[in-house]
Design a protein. Structure first.
Length: 324
């Protein structure tokens, strides 16, 4: 609830027995909220296998923390009743803070504000390159890994990116000041994410979306190896071993079992280029690029796929990618 808001809640008592009961409820409200209407204590009959609703109107008078509603049910009859239950009600300010960016104009920092706006805080940040921007956004980069293999990779990679930027900059945890806790959380999340990804690796070395998947999948394996390669460079436990097992699976010919066509085929070819499999399917990569060169302009997703083929262009086969 936000400060000044009111909400109507229904406190429900349920009778699971085949007979009517006489009961009494006792409510208590603590914290930054008050009761606008409705009683905190009531006695009533509860029909057999029935329920009873007690309407209560609450008002938020605080802007932080939480209010707690406690509900207790009592009866003098020889039956078991549930104990006291607690319900936390988060409290928020009546207005949400908004951030407005400024721009330099005639040696001044100008920030347009709405007429109804009220300045609560002025904060000036100076970012130095990618590292500065990443550190300022560190709290956003840190994410908790969850879901299937694809989701685990997408939620683990941001943590790895932050760790890699800090490592490349030669910074230590103690150099980060208030951001040290964010880096520690990123390292913990990355370790958990890699552990969960490895949990989806099959006995043959490939990966499925879930541990219960019976067979390995080429696109899922390539997605997992993308994260494991980065994690291995950062010395995250278990990443390098799982990565090598996945590459062995590709080396046994699974890398050549590509999808029939379209964006998925391009995705698989681009991931193979990034991972650096022992034997790139050069002919198929070249054919994929040439197929799209006759249909410019490229759609944005296709362009991003083709750009992943650029790192090997120094090789003889790669030179063919740029040939008309």
């Amino acid at each position: 609830m936000r400060e000044g808001e009111e909400a109507v809640v229904q406190v429900k008592a349920v009778n699971h027995l085949p007979r009517t009961l006489s009961v009494r409820t006792r409510l208590a409200l603590e914290g930054g909220a008050s009761v606008k209407s409705g009683g905190l204590e009531a006695a009533f009959s509860l029909d057999k296998q029935g329920e009873h609703l007690l309407p209560l109107t609450l008002g938020a008078v605080g802007a932080t923390g939480a209010a707690t509603l406690r509900v207790a049910l009592e009866t003098k009859e020889d039956v078991h009743v549930g104990g006291t239950e607690e319900f936390d009600i988060p409290l928020k300010p009546s207005a949400m803070p908004q951030t407005f960016a400024g721009a330099q104009h005639d040696n001044r920092l100008v920030t347009p504000l709405p007429e109804a706006g009220k300045v609560k805080e002025v904060k000036i940040e100076v970012s130095s390159g990618l590292l500065g921007a990443a550190l300022n956004a560190a709290a956003v980069l840190v994410s908790y890994p969850y879901g299937c293999t694809e989701q685990l990779v997408h939620t683990t990679i941001p943590n790895l990116v932050l760790m890699d930027l800090v490592r490349r900059a030669g910074l230590k945890t103690e150099d980060l000041g208030p951001l040290a806790g964010v880096l520690t959380k990123a390292e913990k999340n990355a370790g958990q994410g890699i552990k969960k990804i490895i949990g989806n690796q099959k006995t043959d070395g490939g990966f499925g979306l879930w541990p219960s998947d019976p067979q390995s999948s080429l696109p899922v394996t390539l997605t997992a190896l993308y994260a494991l390669k980065s994690a291995g460079d950062l010395k995250i436990e278990g990443a390098l071993t799982a990565y090598n097992r996945g590459r062995d699976w590709l080396n046994r010919g699974e890398a050549l079992k590509l999808s029939g066509g379209g964006p998925m085929r391009g995705y698989e070819l681009s991931r193979l280029a990034e991972i650096g499999s022992f034997e790139q399917p050069w002919d198929q990569q070249i054919a994929y690029v040439r197929d799209f060169k006759v249909k410019p302009p490229f759609p944005l997703p296709t362009s991003s796929i083709l750009l992943r083929f650029l790192p090997p262009t120094k090789t003889k086969a790669g030179a063919a990618l740029a040939a008309p």
